[in-house]
Design a protein around this ligand. Structure first.
Ligand code: SAH
Length: 411
């Protein structure tokens, strides 16, 4: 019979008998827990010696003596000699000290579990039968994978429920382009505040019915919920003790107004953290096979919001053939951008690509040049959301093998 127990080793004495490779691995784990570790062994693994040299554990250089148990809360024995490990385990039994017997798990009174920390939840896996660490690790990993799929019910139901806000990047849309941390935080959330872009709509389907969902979705020229209102909303919910996830398309700090929301939280004294996401600035060109930098073609990229004034830095970027200019929210501004770029001396044949609805089934790429960009945008009916790429990396043939010369092809 085995009962799992969450034990705090911080500041407590742990005795390790034996100093080989197994002990070296376990030592690391005990130290992470904050235990005070003594190692009794005639010789030790190089990793243990290094830890001892740094003063993080104590090494007693001799074989085990029964008096070593004095003061220990927990003993770990891994001498590689079954007889010695059994003797240590037996002594522990007499002294009523829990003992992990690494050589002979069935003979010790305690065993380690394969463990994972998922936010503030700890999952441990062990078995009642003989030790099978690889199986325990596999089961543990499968549980961790469920977090990545958003399938663990991680919401808190008991105090302390201190409110907080997480600004979470959702990436360009598909669920499997979100981070595991994003999925965990959403699974823990009491309130989800989401946008039009990104994975929001699909995420909502998997939420418990009592999770409050607030759609503050913005479309260009249509601002249903003003930013100040969003700030107030997330702060108020957090102050009421709720866990708020502010889910955004792409990355929260790339034209996502995440900075303003963070300021609002900090000003109100609300705990706030950011989880990065895959930004459309890089991922949407990539979805169309466009690398934003490419050795020998483009050594920098300039990401700009197409709305508003066109800055000098953007004009310079568009005229510089070593720079890729990436325009978000730029569909309406395209004619203005192109006119300014040409006026600035950018060549008319500079490649341009429009990538609409990147990473979705509706993805569409249009290749053109500065000269024909406006005409082609009209011809295809270019629509938001789209990323506009200006620069040599947008050339259709960039990543293709060199064309076969005509004579050879005909031969
Ligand atoms: N924080 C986001 C950007 C928000 S601004 C990020 O890091 O990705 C919104 C703009 O992002 C849109 O106007 C469009 O230019 C771009 N965008 C976002 N998702 C997109 C997608 N799937 N396909 C094309 N463009 C996208």
């Amino acid at each position: 019979m085995t009962m799992m127990l969450g034990v705090s080793l911080a500041g407590r004495d742990v005795l390790m008998v034996g100093g080989g490779a197994v002990a070296a691995r376990r030592l690391r784990r005990f130290l992470v827990e904050g235990a005070r570790v003594r190692i009794v062994a005639p010789e030790v693994h190089a990793d243990i010696a290094a830890v001892v040299d740094r003063g993080e554990a104590q090494w007693i250089e001799r074989p085990f003596l029964p008096a070593d148990l004095d003061g220990a809360w927990l003993v770990h024995t891994a001498t590689g000699d079954t007889r010695v490990d059994r003797e240590v385990a037996d002594r522990c039994e007499d002294a009523r000290v829990l003992c992990i017997n690494a050589t002979d798990g069935g003979h010790g009174s305690a065993r380690l579990s394969a463990q994972a920390e998922i936010g503030d939840v700890i999952v441990g896996v062990t078995s009642t039968a003989g030790a099978d660490p690889r199986r325990s690790v596999a089961v543990r990993d499968a549980i961790v994978d469920l977090v990545g799929e958003g399938r663990l019910p991680l919401r808190r139901h008991r105090a302390p429920r201190s409110g907080r806000v997480d600004l979470v990047g959702g990436g360009p849309g598909p669920l499997d382009l979100m981070t595991v941390r994003a999925r965990r935080l959403i699974a823990e959330a009491d309130v989800l505040v989401m946008d039009r872009l990104g994975p929001g709509p699909e995420i909502v389907q998997g939420l418990a019915a009592d999770v409050e969902v607030i759609d503050v979705g913005k479309a260009p020229g249509r601002h249903p919920v003003p930013q100040a209102e969003i700030n107030r909303l997330i702060v108020d919910r957090a102050l009421a003790g709720l866990r708020v996830v502010r889910l955004k398309g792409g990355d929260p700090f790339v034209f996502g107004r995440g900075g303003e929301e963070m300021q609002a939280c900090l000003t109100a004294g609300v705990a706030v953290a950011v989880t990065p996401g895959i930004s459309s600035a890089v991922a949407v060109p990539q979805a169309a096979g466009i690398p934003v930098t490419h050795r020998g073609t483009s050594g920098a990229f300039h990401v700009v919001n197409g709305q508003g004034e066109i800055a000098q830095s953007t004009l310079r970027a568009m005229a510089d053939d070593a720079v890729t200019t990436i325009v978000l929210m730029g569909v309406a501004a395209l004619p203005r951008l192109v006119a300014k770029a040409l006026a600035q001396g950018a060549p008319e044949d500079r490649p341009v690509a429009f990538v609409e609805s990147g990473h979705t089934p509706q993805q569409r790429t249009t290749r053109t040049t500065l000269r024909h960009a406006v005409r082609d945008a009209e011809a295809v009916g270019l629509q938001n959301p789209a990323v506009i790429v200006i620069g040599d990396v947008a050339d259709e043939g960039l990543l293709l093998p060199l064309p076969i010369p005509k004579e050879t092809a005909n031969a």
